[in-house]
Design a protein around this ligand. Structure first.
Ligand code: ADP
Ligand code: MG
Length: 253
C-alpha cells in the first residue's frame, strides 16, 4: 500500500515543555486514522507539525516518499528547500476547530481563492468545481453568503469544501466538531463519513468516540506526548489494554 504520510521519531518542545516525544505514525492511501487523547496531550501540535505550521525539533516528515524533513545524524529535523516544501504542501489540507474562514470573503471566494492563487487551473474550472463541492456539502444556495451569515455547521462545511478544492492527497481534521453545538455536530460527522466512503485519506483528531470507532481504520491514543496505545478501533475503543486508555475512555461512558 502506498504510504501518503510517514512521521518518524518526531520530537517537539516548547521551551522546557516536551510536547511530542518520539512519535511515529504512517498513513496509507485511503486509510482513516483517528487520534484521541486528553486535552494537552499534544494532538494539535502533532497535526501542526505534520502540516508544517510548526517545525519539528527531531525526526522525519515524509509525504508520498518525499522528505519534507529528514533527521540528521543527531536526530535533528532538517527541512527541505523552500520549493520542495511548497510542492509537498499541495498534498494536504487542514480543517481547523474554529473554521478559519476569511470573514470578508464570500463563501465562493473562500473556496476558490487558494486554487486561483496557485494559478495551475483555469478560473472557470475552479468555479465549476467549487459549485460542485458546495452542492455536495448541501450549500448550493450559499455561494454569495458571508461566513457570519452561516451557522457553525455550515461554516465548517465551507472550510471542508475549501480544503477539498485544493485536491489534497490527505486531509487533516483537528477536532472539527468541538466548536459546534451538539445538534450541528452530526452534519459534519456525516460529511466526514461520506469522504471516508469515497476513500479519502484522513487523519482526524476527535473526541467523538463512537464516530471514531465507526469511521477509522486505525486509532491512536496519545497521552503526555507519547502514543500510549494504537490499533484497530474495536481493540482500542472496546478492549483497551493500557490503564491510561481505559481511564480516558471511561469518561465517555
Ligand atoms: P491537545 O491538542 O492534545 O490538547 P496541544 O498540542 O494543543 O494538545 O498542546 C500540548 C502542549 O503543548 C500543551 O502543554 C500546550 O500548552 C503546549 N503548547 C501548544 N502550543 C504551544 C505554543 N505555541 N507555545 C507553547 N506551548 C504550546
Ligand atoms: Mg488540540
Amino acid at each position: 500500500m502506498n504510504k501518503v504520510l510517514e512521521i518518524k521519531h518526531c520530537n517537539k518542545s516548547f521551551g522546557e515543555n516536551e510536547v511530542l516525544k518520539d512519535i511515529s505514525l504512517s498513513v496509507t492511501e485511503g486509510q482513516v486514522v483517528s487520534i484521541i487523547g486528553p486535552s494537552g496531550s499534544g494532538k494539535s501540535t502533532l497535526l501542526r507539525c505534520a502540516t508544517m505550521l510548526e517545525t519539528m525539533d527531531g525526526g522525519d516528515l515524509i509525504y508520498l516518499g518525499d522528505y519534507a524533513a529528514k533527521a540528521d545524524a543527531q536526530g535533528k529535523a532538517v527541512y527541505a528547500a523552500k520549493e520542495t516544501l511548497q510542492g509537498i504542501k499541495k498534498h494536504f489540507g487542514l480543517v481547523f476547530q474554529n473554521f478559519n474562514l476569511f470573514p470578508h470573503y464570500s463563501v465562493m471566494k473562500n473556496i476558490t481563492e487558494p486554487p486561483i492563487l496557485i494559478g495551475k487551473r483555469k478560473k472557470e474550472e475552479i468555479y465549476a468545481e467549487a459549485r460542485e463541492l458546495l452542492k455536495k456539502m448541501g450549500l448550493a444556495d450559499k455561494e454569495n453568503a458571508y461566513p457570519c451569515e452561516l451557522s457553525g455547521g455550515q461554516q465548517q462545511r465551507v472550510s471542508i469544501a475549501r480544503a477539498l478544492a485544493m485536491k489534497p492527497k490527505i486531509l487533516f481534521f483537528d477536532e472539527p466538531t468541538s466548536a459546534l453545538d451538539p445538534e450541528l455536530t452530526g452534519e459534519i460527522l456525516k460529511v466526514i463519513k461520506d469522504l471516508a466512503a469515497e476513500h479519502m485519506t484522513m487523519v482526524i483528531v476527535t473526541h467523538e468516540m463512537s464516530f471514531a470507532r465507526d469511521v477509522s481504520d486505525h486509532i491512536i491514543f496519545m497521552d503526555g506526548g507519547v502514543i500510549v496505545e494504537e490499533g484497530e478501533p474495536e481493540q482500542v475503543i472496546n478492549h483497551p489494554q493500557q490503564e491510561r486508555t481505559k481511564a480516558f475512555l471511561s469518561r465517555f461512558q
